[in-house]
Design a protein around this ligand. Structure first.
Ligand SMILES: NC(=O)c1ccc[n+]([C@@H]2O[C@H](COP(=O)([O-])OP(=O)(O)OC[C@H]3O[C@@H](n4cnc5c(N)ncnc54)[C@H](OP(=O)(O)O)[C@@H]3O)[C@@H](O)[C@H]2O)c1
Length: 129
């Protein structure tokens, strides 16, 4: 099967690693869906941008539905969305700390997509958070 038939969902693709991975896989011909909480309207670098907040189940379900509608299949999920905090722990508020853990503790993107992934015989899930 050619790469162009393979659907890949990359969470947190508006910047950093996610954007770089999305561009690289799009260049290799994959049908790439990169997500952001507030996606820009402008077309991005060879991949489709979808709205997704990984901490919200309804957002995850809607996003996966859009991937399946557009690509007909989902062969891989790259769990990349998350935030980093640099600095001293004593300068970190509990809200900021919680916000860092929320995307990590939410494995819902892969689990919500499991029925679709198991249909693809060589499906993959990768996490960078
Ligand atoms: N950079 C490092 O040295 C390093 C080291 C270890 C692990 N990591 C992890 O690797 C991942 C990428 O890092 P990066 O440096 O490339 O970060 P980045 O440039 O800040 O990108 C983070 C991405 O995650 C998205 N995001 C954040 N919270 C989200 C949420 N609740 N729902 C959906 N998307 C969300 C952001 O999109 P929007 O804000 O547009 O929604 C953005 O696209 C992160 O999970 C980070 O924790 C990074």
């Amino acid at each position: 099967m050619s790469n162009s038939n393979k659907g890949v969902l990359i969470t947190g693709a508006s910047s950093g690693f996610g954007a770089a991975i999305a561009k690289a896989l799009a260049t290799q011909g994959y049908h790439v869906f990169g997500t952001a909480r507030s996606p820009r309207a402008a077309p991005s670098d060879g991949y489709t941008t979808l709205a997704l907040d990984v901490t919200r189940d309804d957002s995850v379900r809607a996003c996966i539905g859009e991937v399946i509608r557009a690509a007909g299949r989902m062969d891989a999920v790259i769990n990349n969305a998350g935030i980093g905090i640099a600095g001293a722990i004593e300068d970190t508020t509990s809200e900021d700390a919680q916000a860092q853990f929320d995307p990590i503790s939410s494995a819902c993107t892969a689990s919500a997509g499991r029925p679709c992934l198991t249909c693809a015989r060589s499906a993959r899930v990768r996490s960078s958070t």
